[in-house]
Design a binder for this molecule. Structure first.
Ligand SMILES: *[C@@H]1O[C@H](CO)[C@@H](O)[C@H](O)[C@H]1NC(C)=O
Ligand SMILES: *[C@@H]1O[C@H](CO)[C@@H](O)[C@H](O)[C@H]1NC(C)=O
Ligand SMILES: *[C@@H]1O[C@H](CO)[C@@H](O)[C@H](O)[C@H]1NC(C)=O
Ligand SMILES: *[C@@H]1O[C@H](CO)[C@@H](O)[C@H](O)[C@H]1NC(C)=O
Ligand SMILES: *[C@@H]1O[C@H](CO)[C@@H](O)[C@H](O)[C@H]1NC(C)=O
Ligand SMILES: *[C@@H]1O[C@H](CO)[C@@H](O)[C@H](O)[C@H]1NC(C)=O
Ligand SMILES: *[C@@H]1O[C@H](CO)[C@@H](O)[C@H](O)[C@H]1NC(C)=O
Ligand SMILES: *[C@@H]1O[C@H](CO)[C@@H](O)[C@H](O)[C@H]1NC(C)=O
Length: 436
């Protein structure tokens, strides 16, 4: 059985390969498209991508996986099943074929592409599946919400996503066959409702981008929505990309680019920030300070030295706005109520100045968070004096910003707020059209 399964995987892999005779095959699609949902029912706002999993009665089941640009591999709520030909996967359960402890992927994930967390214990080989005859491959997984470590079992998984021309959803499908890991349902208790996995979007060879290849270019565009009822979008492949109501403006024309940096101890994405500019005054960012992009941290976190300067400067340029009592975790809050009616704040932009004078502008919608009718706060938090990364750009600052991770050219593209361009991340046209 094991051998047969392997043979099928080899054939599948070969079929995928056959799609791309050199130069000959021009696909009708330029990218694959995944809806991005915002969830506000967990301890912090979180975002998921929707994918299609098992085919049941010729209909694909859909699942939402948490977007994590740092995670080393994909894991989700599923169980291992080796005798898949008997159709014995229980209802409301996803089943995946096990990876054995003898396969190189097992050692590779455990040694090189594992979660690095002191709370994780050693992994052992002891579990086996009745009648399968091989040991399974337990790997450590860290819950990105609680930080707790548990074990999952490495598998051979299968995901399906829709294709796109950057403007609509095409009727053609794209299959990805990752080594992911199965964790038990109880592992996802801290997750938002209907979110049953972690979608690693990092540079690790076990993250999703590594399984989306020819004819796709290794370019990942991500647009996190601010609206929980209208999905944002992830597109993997090349542009152009379009967002309504503009039907002739390619979103790539809105982008500035900066080098994407790597750090040896992380699969995540880093950029260089030279300074933070607030109304003509620059706050210098030390040369050895690292800036990481996070899809888990809700607010941009600044190391104390940088944070203190930003808050001092920002309170100076907003002197005319009456202050409010601080609301944790923020360090600067404003009163937004005048005689009992809420007024909307308009504050100066915060510009992240990147190499070559490139500028990522954080305008009011991304810098100020309305907490109650009466109080709004500067949506940046103090990361402490010794935080590992001096700057961690969080999701509140990413919402309604179109960002592009070009993994081939190691470049990072960013639009700043799309609202200033009269569009948003919730403006992708998900209408299905026939591919040419
Ligand atoms: C893929 O497209 C089909 C047809 O429009 C749609 O029903 C399905 O929800 C889409 N799946 C995902 C994961 O976007
Ligand atoms: C698991 O078993 C494999 C194959 O026998 C072996 O190579 C590997 O070292 C074992 N790993 C652990 C953690 O025991
Ligand atoms: C979860 O999914 C179920 C079934 O699709 C749906 O009825 C429910 O509204 C969803 N809950 C949330 C919080 O999205
Ligand atoms: C959020 O999306 C819904 C559904 O598309 C829409 O009706 C609503 O106006 C949007 N809210 C905001 C604040 O844009
Ligand atoms: C960064 O540089 C400063 C001064 O040049 C030094 O004190 C500090 O230890 C350095 N930090 C790191 C993380 O290398
Ligand atoms: C608020 O109320 C006071 C007293 O009623 C009044 O003098 C003032 O003009 C009001 N301010 C605004 C902005 O309406
Ligand atoms: C990536 O680099 C290639 C070769 O240098 C270049 O042709 C291409 O335009 C670059 N792509 C982007 C998006 O900058
Ligand atoms: C969305 O795309 C469909 C198919 O191309 C098109 O018919 C429709 O007009 C588009 N919607 C909007 C609001 O432009």
């Amino acid at each position: 059985m094991h051998l047969l399964m392997h043979l099928i995987f080899i054939i599948l892999a070969f079929m995928c390969y056959e799609h791309k005779p050199e130069g000959a095959f021009v696909p009708p699609y330029s990218s694959v498209v995944l809806p991005v949902n915002k969830h506000t029912d967990a301890v912090k706002p979180l975002y998921s991508v929707q994918i299609m999993t098992a085919l049941v009665n010729s209909q694909y089941l859909h699942a939402n996986f948490l977007i994590d640009v740092d995670a080393p591999f994909i894991w989700h709520d599923c169980i291992l099943q080796w005798n898949t030909f008997q159709g014995s996967c229980p209802d409301n359960t996803l089943c995946a074929y096990p990876a054995s402890c003898e396969e190189y992927q097992c050692t590779d994930v455990r040694t090189t592409y594992s979660y690095q967390n002191p709370s994780c214990g050693p992994v052992t080989n002891d579990s086996t599946i009745p009648d399968w005859g091989y040991c399974t491959c337990p790997v450590n997984v860290v819950d990105p919400i609680t930080g707790s470590c548990t074990q999952a079992l490495l598998n051979y998984d299968e995901f399906t996503v829709n294709t796109s021309n950057g403007r609509n959803v095409f009727d053609g499908l794209y299959g990805a066959y990752p080594n992911a890991a199965c964790a038990s349902s109880s592992t996802f208790q801290s997750f938002p409702a209907n979110v049953t996995g972690v979608m690693a979007l990092s540079s690790s060879p076990y993250a999703l981008p590594a399984y989306l290849y020819d004819p796709l270019k290794r370019i990942m565009a991500l647009c996190l929505p601010s609206n929980i009822s209208a999905p944002g979008v992830m597109l993997y492949g090349t542009g152009p990309y379009y967002l309504l109501p503009q039907t002739t403006v390619d979103v790539t024309t809105y982008l500035s680019h900066t080098p994407l940096l790597k750090h040896s101890d992380s699969f995540g994405y880093f950029i260089r920030v030279d300074s933070i500019l607030i109304k003509t005054r620059s706050i210098f960012v030390p040369i050895n300070a690292t800036t990481k992009i996070s899809t888990i941290e809700p607010y941009t976190t600044l190391r104390s030295d940088i944070y203190d300067s930003v808050v001092r400067r920002f309170s100076k340029v907003t002197k005319r706005i009456p202050p409010a009592k601080l609301v944790a975790p923020f360090g600067l809050c404003f009163s937004t109520s005048v005689n009992g009616t809420q007024v909307s704040l308009k504050v100066p932009d915060i510009d992240f100045i990147l190499p070559d004078g490139k500028k990522w502008t954080v305008s009011t919608t991304n810098s100020i968070k309305q907490i109650t009718n009466e109080v709004a706060c500067l949506a940046f938090v103090d990361g402490g004096a010794t935080s590992e990364d001096a700057i961690v750009i969080g999701t509140y600052q990413l919402e309604d910003n179109f960002v592009v991770f070009d993994l081939d050219n190691s470049s990072f593209g960013f639009s700043s707020s799309l609202l200033r361009k009269k569009t948003s991340c919730s403006s992708f046209n998900f209408t299905l059209t026939n591919s040419p």
